[in-house]
Design a binder for this molecule. Sequence first.
Ligand SMILES: Nc1ncnc2c1ncn2[C@@H]1O[C@H](COP(=O)(O)OP(=O)(O)OP(=O)(O)O)[C@@H](O)[C@H]1O
Length: 590
Amino acid sequence: MSVNAVRADENLAGSSKINTLLRLFRYLLAYKKEIIAVLFIMGGTVAISLINPLIIEHAINVNIAGKDVNGLLELGLFAAVLNIIYILLVKLRMFIMAKVSNTVLLSIRQELYTHIQKLSFSFFDSRPTGKILARVIGDVNSLKDVLSNSVTTLIPDFITIVAVVAIMMVKDYKLALAALISLPLLIIGMWIIQVYSHVRWQTYRKKNSNLNAFIHEDLSGMRIIHSFTAEEETSRSFDTMLAEHRGSFMKAVTLNDGFGSIIDFCWGIGTISLFFFGIKMTGDNTPVGTLIAFSSYISMFWRPIMNLSNFYNQLVTNISGAERIFEIMDTKPDITDEQETKELPVIKGDVRFENVTFAYDMDTQVLNNVSFHIKPGEAIALVGPTGAGKTTVVNLISRFYDIQEGNIYVDGHNIRDVSIESLRMQMGIMTQDNFLFSGTVKDNLKYGKLDASDEEIIAAAKAVNAHDFIMKMEKGYDTELKERGAGLSAGQKQLLAFARTMVSMPKILILDEATSSIDTHTEILVQKGIEALLKGRTSFVIAHRLSTIQKADRIFYIDNGGIVEEGSPKELLEKKGAYYDLYMAQFKNI
Ligand SMILES: Nc1ncnc2c1ncn2[C@@H]1O[C@H](COP(=O)(O)OP(=O)(O)OP(=O)(O)O)[C@@H](O)[C@H]1O
């Protein structure tokens, strides 16, 4: 059952921001050398910026007051050299951090992708592809600034603030207190804003994800939208989602902008208070240079606070991205190898279901106490009403889902006791989708067996009658296919999918026969292709073609959670039961 539809907001298990941030930082630990270098560089830049006001103070109070032009020039030269060094250090820091954060992003994305590939079908059943895509691309990208700014802002700005306060206190604690008078106001304002901000940004990310999922679904189903002339309706839905997206963004960003205004306000009050108290309280005792130096220090105090608040904004904006990434990484595949699995040896194709009971979710039981035994090489046609459980039976043989009760054996091995890879490697699975990847025909056929030689590929294509039509394509086996095989007919796609399965030479074949109507010529090729595929292997076909059903060794009529009728095509017709009724209803006119 879907836990998250396109328009439904995703729910995240609550996790603390600190934990998420610490987990993110762990990725940085792999780059200790670079981070230490960056911290040293920043130590240099912070020191230079702290010295600057002292230079100005000295220039005004000593050189200008004493009319010492030479001293002023020397000091100016010193300040210029110092600030050129500062600029170079900043550039170097930016370069190193950009490299580190991009590499970290790369490894997070790799880890996420590898993990997603291991997840079970139930994960994909319950999430729209667009939302998964949003996490792998958008959410990972959103971490870039958090990662680099966490090193370049958090630590140095914090040090700067402490150093500035210390210097001001040592120089003149009364002036320092006057300059920092607005600090309590800032703390209260920030606290109020941050309480609401995180929630608003999370809402925005959810709306963003819904929009992604909607666009993905819409583009994938464009043909259907056009054929039902549903463009207007989907445009309306899109507009609604866009409005929600924009609304949530505006709400979050408006609140965030409050941060800057509060800081500006406190900064202004601090500066006024400094000059007011500086002149009022200390009268002529405070040299002008010292007041100017203090005013520089105030800027140096508030600017990092501004940076930190921007960083905090970035953090609340993007930390939900990190939460969503880690949520996927923490999702355990439902189907995993048991601790002590063995490799399934090369099989003959014997399949046995023993009292199998299965439900996708607690509400609906699909199979109830099903047992059967298939001998190697037998061809089984699965028929029955829609939603009866035919696909479910074949999904269970490949262990795409785990059964709740009973056992499934392949060549006498319980499929739970063998590695999933060794089991699936010996199965050929063809769904109705016949999914083709963009790439050459040859690349697509090699999916069946990555190390297949050209001869093997051509032999497989010939066996299923796909060779001739492939050779008629522009560059034969090297013809580039478009995404999902666009430009090919349904029959041609089926033939390519047959060839791909044939290359893998499976011992057990699972075929969900396509129902799409194809021209008579291709239909004959497809039928011959199916016959070639079935020959000599155990096969389960969710059969729609009369020819396939009639050529099957046995038919299983599935309904009401089990096999209600079973036998050869002839036996079942003679029995005049459920299969007979289906046959009469569907095939009598053929
Ligand atoms: N991934 C899933 N999650 C939850 N329920 C599912 C899932 N897949 C199928 N079902 C439900 O299980 C039941 C059996 O589905 P199944 O696809 O096996 O039927 P089927 O006989 O192959 O149908 P059809 O001929 O229409 O393809 C149906 O009621 C279906 O709604």
